[in-house]
Design a protein. Structure first.
Length: 277
């Protein structure tokens, strides 16, 4: 790996550490051989999120289009002047990432540029491109060219990505609606969001977690511990959302405190060293 590419991955790691304390902590459990690739995937997703969520000074759609085109060119050329895109392109080449999952990601990001009236079909399309394909990208890295294992575990990776995204939607329902004008759950009115609705959503997410759990146990060792830690974190967060009132969910951001995050990390680390993960 040349110096420029090393610096690109260092930037992806810095971006990850700055934006997500929970992901940054769990990422330390990835094997050092693949960790930088996961930072690159997170980095590109973070830039796209920033464009659609916070860029208000100009034409966000043009910025997102430019990022998408630059990403495709970088994957083809193996080079970009954007360090995060350069790192992602290196990762995409490393794991022979299918172009269609990158395209699906940008399609979902583009859906966030304008208010959407989410039908069930549109919701599933958004979930696939914004979350399930992130799971597939990471799985490509874990499998390191083992196509058979990738195909076997892909459905579980998609379920896990979907469950994570739906937990985020539930936790951030108030901020998404009030600050960004978004309400992702189809057929749901913010004013009529109730305890019954919440529990129905949690049941749906729990089913996806249970399906994903089987695949997590079969992941290659290079990624299994880190994914297990993030899985425990999100299930803990889901449990907190289940016990929280609808009013609390609407008025406060339900969180896992840092002490609990560290406890989860330590628990999984010890289990991995004992060969139990």
């Amino acid at each position: 790996m040349d110096l420029y590419t090393k610096v690109a991955f260092q930037n992806a790691r810095s971006l990850t550490n700055a934006y997500s304390s929970s992901f940054s902590l769990s990422s330390r459990l990835f094997s050092k051989e693949i960790r930088h690739h996961i930072y690159a995937i997170y980095g590109l997703a973070r830039i796209a999120d920033e464009i659609v969520d916070t860029y208000r000074e100009g034409n966000a759609e043009r910025k997102l289009n430019d990022l998408e085109v630059e990403t495709y060119h970088a994957i083809e050329d193996g080079y970009s002047t954007n360090l995060i895109v350069h790192a992602f392109a290196y990762t995409a080449q490393f794991c022979d990432m299918p172009k269609d999952i990158v395209q699906a990601f940008f399609t979902s990001m583009r859906m966030d540029l304008k208010p959407q009236n989410y039908t069930k079909e549109l919701y599933q399309k958004y979930i696939y491109g914004s979350a399930e394909v992130i799971g597939l990208m990471c799985l490509r890295v874990f499998c390191e060219g083992d196509v058979a294992t990738y195909k076997e575990l892909a459905p579980g990776a998609q379920k896990l990505g979907s469950a994570y995204q739906k937990v985020n939607f539930l936790r951030d329902i108030s901020a998404d609606y009030k600050e960004l004008g978004r309400l992702y759950f189809p057929g749901l009115s913010y004013g009529k969001f109730s305890e019954t609705t919440k529990l129905k959503l949690i049941e749906e997410i729990t089913d996806e977690f249970n399906e994903a759990d089987i695949a997590i146990q079969q992941l290659p060792k290079n990624g299994r511990a880190a994914v297990t830690a993030s899985y425990i974190y999100y299930r803990t967060l889901l449990n907190k959302l289940e016990t929280a009132s609808v009013a609390d969910i609407k008025n406060t951001r339900i969180r896992i405190n840092n002490a609990k995050k560290l406890a989860i990390l330590a628990y999984v680390y010890v289990k991995s060293k004992l060969g139990l993960v």
